[in-house]
Structures are given as structure tokens and as C-alpha cells.
Design a protein around this ligand. Structure first.
Ligand code: GRF
Length: 225
């Protein structure tokens, strides 16, 4: 796929990642536009952000996974995305499991952002789990969505250090800053048709290589090590 793409963002919460995506589109850093926002929550802040930018805001009632009506919502979602000619679905804090129809119809065209270095810490509120666990490096992951939760092929990850005395909130904030950079970037790579997927592996065509000695060590080692 090359250039201007039609993006649907699905969000349940405040939508700061949505905002980063909208801003990148408006600034021309993403070659494409956000066509609609879909939320399972009527009063999601993400829907207000959509309206502020003149973007169609759609509230869709999505019953809990596997309960009656869940499959209907899945089909309804596919229909509304097809009707709008959507190229890419970006999940941004969407708190429902994606249904099988949507995964089938939009395979390798659904991205998700997760506030941990997957496969460590899948699930929700994982920044708090990471602090509890005592990890020294945390981060964020953008990946393609598949049938499971937080398991699809990884596109890009950003690592951040834990600081002494960090609360989950502090870490969430530090990670979020990176999310706002890597998510729009991943979407732009998709728009440029530079993401090649083979099994679990995603390769970025014409990538600028990191120095093989690049690293982050936390806490930093003393000068003579
Ligand atoms: C982010 O931390 C994202 O990684 C996770 O949910 C949060 C959404 O935040 N999936 P926002 O609504 O984009 O501010």
C-alpha cells in the first residue's frame, strides 16, 4: 500500500494516542487521514477529540467477549469499516477483544499499541505490574493484531528506564511519551508500504540500521565497566 491511507482508530479512553495520530496526519507526517473513531464507550474522551477535528465519531455497543451480541457487533464493525473504505485500523486503548470477522477481513491491517515490551507484561495496567516486578527497563510495543490478546507480529518497540521511586503513574507517563512517537511512525511505515510480514517477523524495508553496539543499561554501569 502506498500513500494516502484511510485510517479508523478504535479507542475506549482518553485518546492521547489518537491525538498523536491525528496531529501527525494533519502535519503531513502520516500520509493519510483519520476517517472515523469508533468507541465502545459513549462518553470516551476519544470521541470528543474526534469531534474537535471534524472526524466522524461512532459509538458502537460492543458486548463482552463471547456474550450474546458480540459476534453481531464484530460483523457490524466490519460493515462500517468496509463502507468507509478503511485501509488500516489502529487500536489505541481499545478495551475489547477484536472479533474473528474483523481479524479475518483486516488481517495485517490492524495495529495495536501496548505499554510494555511484549511478550513481557501482556494485559492491562501493566505499567503498575512492571514497577511491582522491579524491572529496570520498560517500554512500548506497536504490533499487528491477531486472534489473541497482545500477541501479533511486532513492528516497533521503544525502551525506557525505570527511575528510583517510580510509581506506575510515573512509568505510564514516560512510556506514553514514546507511544506518541512510535505509533504514528509505524502507521507512516504502513502507508509507505514498507512493512513486510513473514510469519511473526515484520521487516522494515530501507530501515536505517541501529549501531550494533546500541544499548540501554539501567541503572547505568560505572565508568570503568
Ligand atoms: C496506552 O497506554 C496504550 O498503550 C494502551 O492504552 C493506553 C491508551 O491511552 N493500549 P490513550 O487513550 O491513548 O491516552
Amino acid at each position: 500500500m502506498a500513500g494516502p491511507i484511510r485510517i479508523a482508530v478504535m479507542a475506549s479512553g482518553g485518546g492521547s494516542n489518537l491525538q498523536a495520530i491525528i496531529d501527525a496526519c494533519e502535519a503531513g507526517r502520516i500520509s493519510g487521514s483519520v476517517v472515523c473513531i469508533v468507541s465502545d464507550r459513549r462518553n470516551a474522551g476519544a470521541l470528543d477529540r474526534a469531534r474537535n477535528h471534524g472526524i466522524e465519531a461512532i459509538h458502537l455497543r460492543v458486548p463482552k467477549t463471547g456474550t450474546p451480541g458480540w459476534h453481531d457487533a464484530d460483523r457490524e464493525l466490519v460493515t462500517l469499516l468496509n463502507e468507509r473504505g478503511i485501509d488500516l485500523v489502529a487500536l489505541a486503548g481499545y478495551m475489547r477483544i477484536i472479533g474473528p470477522e474483523l481479524i479475518r477481513e483486516y488481517r495485517h491491517r490492524i495495529m495495536n499499541i501496548h505499554p510494555a515490551l511484549l511478550p513481557a507484561f501482556p494485559g492491562v495496567e501493566v505499567q503498575w505490574d512492571a514497577v511491582e516486578y522491579g524491572v529496570k527497563i520498560a517500554g512500548a510495543t506497536v504490533h499487528f493484531a491477531d486472534e489473541e490478546f497482545d500477541t501479533g507480529p511486532i513492528i516497533i518497540q521503544a525502551a525506557v528506564p525505570l527511575m528510583p521511586g517510580d510509581t506506575g503513574e510515573d512509568l505510564a507517563h514516560r512510556i506514553l511519551e514514546q507511544e506518541h512517537r512510535i505509533y504514528p511512525q509505524a502507521i507512516q511505515w504502513f502507508a509507505e508500504g514498507r512493512l513486510e510480514i513473514e510469519g511473526r517477523r515484520v521487516t522494515l524495508r530501507d530501515a536505517v540500521a541501529l549501531a550494533p553496539t546500541a544499548h540501554i543499561v539501567s541503572p547505568p554501569i560505572d565508568g570503568d565497566f
